[in-house]
Design a protein around this ligand. Structure first.
Ligand SMILES: [Mg+2]
Length: 192
């Protein structure tokens, strides 16, 4: 599918959701592109997964910010490739460094750079351990099997709005709950 066609389909998918994440964070290797960039030479011309560019452009058009969280040990190659693909300027934060943690540091840095709370972020990655760790921080995290594509985008936005609705419902429940004790305590006083 050509980039333009993917973009218009992605725009339609995004348009179906009332609540959108404020920031969408992507891993690089095996999420945006189908290789480990540490195994490649800077002189090569990289290519993305077939749907990746269309999805990035659709999010951009819809005003959703984007960032990168990658544990690549070769950030110089990664940034050279982002530059060659003409997508480097699309990301408001690019955290590319190897780490012992499974991206908790990456997300803390993204959070302090952008001030976007974790529960307003959506994250795509191909590794279970990153998904597990980052979702515990409150980020809606989606495991991709074959790179980011329109199916993963739809799944991500669905899960994000479900999580947001759950948070809202809990807030309302707490509001009711915190109002009740006053009512009960005054009643109890009457009863006493
Ligand atoms: Mg990866």
């Amino acid at each position: 599918m050509a980039d333009e066609k993917v973009k218009s389909e992605a725009m339609q998918i995004i348009g179906m959701f009332q609540v959108l994440p404020r920031l969408v964070v992507f891993d690089l290797d095996y999420t945006l592109w189908p290789f480990y960039c540490e195994c490649r030479s800077k002189r090569e011309m990289p290519s993305l997964y077939p749907h990746a560019k269309g999805i990035l452009y659709a999010l951009k058009d819809k005003g959703v910010d984007m960032a990168i969280a990658s544990r690549s040990p070769t950030p110089d190659i990664a940034t050279t490739f982002l530059d060659k693909l003409n997508i480097k300027s699309m990301f408001v934060a690019q955290e590319i460094f190897s780490s012992w943690t499974h991206k908790t540091e990456h997300f803390q840095k993204i959070n302090s750079r952008t001030s976007v709370p974790f529960n307003s972020m959506l994250f795509f990655d191909d590794e279970d351990r990153n998904i597990n760790t980052v979702s515990k921080m409150g980020v809606t995290s989606i495991l991709v099997g074959n790179g980011v594509n329109l199916g993963a985008l739809r799944e991500g936005l669905t899960r994000f709005s479900q999580n947001t609705n759950a948070v809202e419902k809990n807030k309302q429940r707490w509001k009711k709950f915190s109002q009740k004790p006053n009512a009960t305590s005054s009643k109890e006083k009457e009863d006493d």
